[in-house]
Design a binder for this molecule. Structure first.
Ligand code: FE2
Length: 325
């Protein structure tokens, strides 16, 4: 009973400290147009914003604006890439990450975790990543219409599918938008991802645009979502298809890239995680900017909480380390 209550409380705090959910309000409110109002209100704020940071390469911001996604080759100097790659492949660094076998009942094994700015084993690669990433922040700020003040957080994700297994479940492997307003995710490829078997990211170019078709699509999806949730009980490990009625001219494209590429994607656009073939793997460093879109006071609370949890985690990792020695 107490555990249930604790879980519920954590859920409430998490929801409070998260960026607006894709759908809220339930079936009836959405039938009367709640999602349409949310979409108009939130996107008008972006449209009316005068914030316009200076960018060095207009072709990058143009492509991000036109397609909702851009791939930048040779993201960092070769020697930087090699030192990050060897650090991430080092057995000692791997101990900092979480290994999740059969993650979310997908059959895919994940080695994943944060690249800490303050941990002795990752401090150097954090600095290298951050120094190289800094110059791309203005392109992201152009989409988010705000200055990014938070520390940039890098997360390592190494996904592999064992031989003889099939990549199943996972709602992220079905096409979906993350939010109904502009939001940015970035990926740095630590390995070539040039074949479908390697599970590339998929994106529906131009689906990030806010127009009448997108508003219609928001409406039918919000109503459908709550109606079908009652019948199908959506959950993270059960994929479910959303409705694409007003996006029929757009198509899902695999986003292939070579190692050391930077992909910047506006996940207001429709996208999905590609499925891995058996025996294949992919390695990316993921950078998320959703926390930057929280209101000022929520950002402060969340940063304080994250710092506290992180400090505890680093201490426990250091303790484990000194015991092992
Ligand atoms: Fe997503």
């Amino acid at each position: 009973m107490l555990n249930k209550l604790k879980k519920k409380l954590i859920q409430i705090v998490e929801t409070y400290l998260s960026v607006s959910k894709l759908y809220v309000g339930g079936y009836l409110l959405n039938l009367f147009g709640l999602q349409v109002l949310r979409s108009i209100f939130k996107n008008l704020i972006f449209k009316l914003s005068l914030y316009n940071p200076k960018v060095d390469d207009l072709s990058i911001s143009d492509e991000l604006e036109r397609n909702g996604i851009v791939i930048i080759k040779n993201f960092m100097p070769h020697e930087d890439f090699i030192s990050i790659k060897s650090c991430l492949e080092n057995e000692e660094t791997k101990k900092l990450f979480t290994y999740s076998k059969n993650y979310s009942k997908t059959n895919v094994d994940w080695l994943h975790g944060k690249i800490y700015k303050n941990h002795i084993k990752t401090k150097k690669i954090y600095e290298i990543l951050n120094n190289n990433f800094k110059k791309y922040l203005p392109y992201i700020e152009t989409v988010l219409k705000q200055k990014i003040r938070n520390e940039v957080q890098f997360n390592y994700q190494f996904l592999s599918l064992p031989l003889g297994k099939k990549d199943i479940n996972d709602s992220n492997a079905n096409i979906h938008p993350d939010k109904f307003f502009p939001c940015i995710k970035a990926f740095i490829s630590m390995k070539d991802c040039t074949k479908l078997e390697e599970g590339p990211f998929f994106y529906m170019k131009k689906s990030h645009k806010w127009n009448l078709n997108r508003i219609k699509n928001e409406y039918i999806n919000s109503v459908w979502y709550f109606k079908s949730k009652k019948i199908n009980n959506h959950s993270d490990d059960k994929p479910f298809k959303r409705k694409l009625d007003y996006l029929e001219n757009l198509s899902e494209e695999p986003i292939f890239c070579e190692e050391n590429s930077l992909i910047i994607t506006n996940n207001m656009g429709w996208h999905k995680r590609g499925r891995l073939a058996e025996g294949q793997h992919r390695k990316f460093i993921r950078v998320l900017f959703y926390n930057d879109q929280l209101s000022f006071h929520k950002r402060i609370i969340k940063n304080l909480l994250i710092k506290k949890i992180e400090k505890q985690k680093i201490n426990s990792l250091n303790n484990k380390d000194s015991q092992a020695r």
